[in-house]
Write a new protein. Structure first.
Length: 143
């Protein structure tokens, strides 16, 4: 997975209450978001979540840079706090119909249930998912 600072919308953003990403991606007037290729937002937990109940990671678009009155174009299920440990990655696919919405700004929203006392997330727009986690059966050896 290759990331680009210009496609990062959250950098170690605290998960405390429901909020939108601190940054947005300005699509300008040319809204071709890589037609033909799948795009994803990768949400990486930088510090483990604690204290709340769950978080839903959403990809949103809006006519306003502040991401007001957004349209949800992709979403994860609600993920319970116990699963939001450091290093956890959640990938949400960006709906390819984005161009037809006519909205200029792309970002994310974190829908929080409960009251969180800890937890930060970094969110990047990427074209592939790097899941470097491979598991092998016990006793397996490479020769």
């Amino acid at each position: 997975m290759i990331t680009d600072i210009n496609l990062r919308v959250s950098t170690a953003q605290a998960l405390t209450t429901t909020a939108v990403s601190t940054d947005t991606i300005d699509l300008g007037t040319a809204r071709d978001m890589g037609e033909g290729d799948d795009l994803y937002f990768n949400f990486a937990m930088i510090t483990a979540a604690a204290g709340g109940t769950s978080v839903k990671f959403e990809v949103i678009s809006s006519a306003a840079a502040a991401l007001t009155s957004p349209t949800v174009i992709g979403s994860s299920d609600a993920i319970v706090t116990a699963s939001l440990t450091i290093g956890t990655n959640v990938a949400v696919r960006v709906n390819p119909a984005l161009a037809s919405l006519g909205q200029r700004y792309l970002g994310t929203r974190y829908t929080i249930v409960g009251t969180y006392s800890a937890g930060t997330v970094t969110a990047d727009l990427v074209n592939d998912i790097g899941d470097g986690k491979k598991f092998y059966a016990s006793g397996f050896s490479v020769t």
